[in-house]
Design a binder for this molecule. Structure first.
Ligand code: SF4
Length: 66
């Protein structure tokens, strides 16, 4: 049985737009420089997929990404 995918941030690709924190309030917060922090990465796909799709830097991904 495989583990559930987790929501991750590619910190190299992320440009700190902050859109993800707007789309997933309570799941993603921004640090003092405006970069996202995922406190609990066990986000349901149905909940997090919109943030993954709309991240302008394509920096949000699921841990099962190839
Ligand atoms: S929306 Fe994407 S680029 Fe913007 S802060 Fe979130 S992960 Fe980074």
């Amino acid at each position: 049985m495989s583990a559930a995918p987790e929501l991750r941030v590619d910190r190299v690709a992320c440009t700190g737009h902050g859109l993800c924190a707007t789309l997933l309030p309570g799941r993603i917060r921004l640090d003092e420089w405006g970069y996202p922090v995922v406190d609990d990465p066990a986000v349901a796909r149905a909940e997090g997929e919109r943030a993954v799709t709309f991240c302008p830097a394509r920096a949000l991904y699921w841990s099962d990404r190839a």
